[in-house]
Design a protein around this ligand. Structure first.
Ligand code: TYD
Ligand code: MG
Length: 468
């Protein structure tokens, strides 16, 4: 092929991948044009020296490095559809996030900060699954003694689980093949490297290529694979984000360093919903499931505090009570700070504008910090109203009424919009002893009462602020 320049443009051998968002660029640039981050592009080798060259290059585009069948057009109705066969992990909260168990041959990336509990969770899973899916735990970070020691200390069944302390992907697969595990845990993907690339282990190209090899192995043999990936604070030199499009599911482990509670959340799942949360508590016997997490994230301080509002959020299929905190303080800066932890920052700025315009409350000269207690993230818009109530409460330095909860979306014209499952949220609040709820009109029952709780129905932001 002759390129524009007249030179032969043989297939590009390298590309530049953003370690933050994983997008691929043909030339190096200082800023990733997809996510806007600076200095995140690094060069990767597109083709390794493997024999199946074209297959790898082609399958890379389709997201996973499986075998490439000769394409044939088929009527959609003639395609045989089979339910994916799933296996329980014997950890109910993990099954829930996976969409009802682990699918055979699927590749699941488990990401999270170092020390959050990824190795512990997967060790618990692989040992408890060994009866149905003989497992291989590949450790590149800890020694075999450490892994086995932890399993013994946690009282996990060791029958049927093998371990391998190895980081070279060729040798791992070579050893795995004759043993034929049904489940492989690779802890962590950042430590793996392939002989076919000269780049340093941990670099984007090594991480990508090693993951691609494991994905291909999984698809060819029907072995399920868990990849552990550390998320470094800056998005990582070779953050797991570059792997997100290659795997079937991406689960993130979140939690606050001071808290023993951990939340597992699906960020992507080809085999299930992505809004389910799994909740765990880290203790001296490893991770324990919290099947009924509804009130664990309430801060537990006695009496109402200024700048705090409890809300009922609904993540997945369960209601969850969480506390939204705000701190509003006079700012010395000409451009006051807006900081959101546990919710989206842009939404905070937008809601503050609505508060000014439709609630008549100005915070233009104030720093505004908001936080969702417990290190969890609230992604639904039901947080809008509780957030603004917390901001108002902090600004006035007056607590909201005792035992009050709120939820509701706030629109740009100051209207309060309903959220799904209003009645269920109200009932949940009532069971936890809340006496008053400020909610969107369409979510309130006609009688104005739910299980002895006063329900204040509001249509406009101004009404809600008045009741608060
Ligand atoms: P780990 O699973 O090694 O984290 P990751 O693989 O995500 O880096 O968990 C390490 C932390 O968990 C460590 O700080 C100690 C704590 N931990 C407990 O509190 N109890 C336990 O039973 C175990 C195994 C770990
Ligand atoms: Mg670990």
């Amino acid at each position: 092929m002759i390129g524009k320049s007249g030179k032969s443009s043989a297939r590009r051998a390298t590309a530049y991948v953003c370690s933050d968002c994983g997008s691929e660029h043909s030339k190096w640039q200082g800023q990733c044009t997809d996510c806007g981050r600076w200095n995140t592009l690094s060069e990767i080798a597109l083709e390794s020296a493997m024999p199946e060259k074209s297959g790898v290059a082609q399958s890379r585009r389709s997201g996973w490095a499986g075998k490439v069948d000769p394409p044939a057009i088929t009527a959609l109705k003639d395609v045989t559809v089979s339910e994916e066969s799933r296996e329980t992990t014997h950890i109910g909260e993990l099954d829930r996030v996976l969409g009802g168990g682990l699918v055979h041959g699927s590749v699941v990336l488990v990401g999270g900060d170092p020390g959050i509990g990824k190795s512990t969770l997967l060790l618990q899973a692989v040992t408890q699954m060994a009866q149905t899916m003989p497992g291989l735990y590949v450790t590149g970070e800890e020694s075999l003694t450490q892994v086995a020691g932890r399993a013994v200390r946690l009282g996990l069944p060791l029958e049927g689980v093998h371990a391998l302390a190895e980081t070279c992907i060729e040798r791992i697969l070579e050893q795995a093949a004759p043993m034929g595990p049904r489940l492989i845990v690779a802890d962590s993907i950042q430590t793996l490297w392939t002989e076919t690339l000269t780049a340093a282990p941990g670099s984007v190209s090594q991480v990508r290529e090693s993951a691609a090899r494991l994905v291909r192995y999984a698809k060819e043999t029907g072995t399920a694979v868990f990849l552990v990936g550390h998320v470094t604070k800056e998005g990582g030199i070779a953050g797991p984000r570059v792997l997100e499009h290659m795997v079937d599911a991406v689960l993130y482990f979140e939690g606050e360093s001071g808290s023993r509670f951990r939340v597992l959340r699906a960020f992507k799942n080809r085999f299930g919903a992505v809004n389910e949360l799994g909740v765990f508590a880290m203790g001296d016997k490893g991770l324990r499931e919290v099947p009924n997490p509804s009130a664990i994230f309430l801060s537990g301080h006695r009496g109402p505090q200024p700048g705090s509002c409890v809300m009922v959020t609904r993540e997945g299929t369960r209601p969850l009570m969480v506390e939204v905190q705000a701190l509003v303080d006079h700012s010395p800066l000409s451009n006051p700070r807006r900081v959101a932890v546990g919710m989206e920052g842009n939404r905070l700025a937008m809601l503050l504008a609505v508060l000014h315009r439709h609630g008549g409350v100005a915070v233009g000269d104030q720093d505004v910090f908001v936080n969702v207690v417990g290190g969890i993230r609230v992604q639904e818009t039901a947080v809008d109203l509780p957030l603004l109530l917390a901001v108002l409460s902090s600004l006035r330095d007056r607590p909201l009424g005792e035992q009050t909860v709120a939820f509701g979306e706030v629109g740009l014209s100051g209207e309060i919009r309903p959220v799904p499952n209003g009645e269920e949220r109200l009932k949940e609040a009532a069971t936890h002893g809340f006496k008053r709820a400020i909610v969107p009109k369409a979510n309130a029952p006609k009688s104005g009462k739910v299980a002895g709780m006063d329900v204040i129905a509001v249509e406009r932001l101004a009404d809600a602020l008045e009741h608060a």
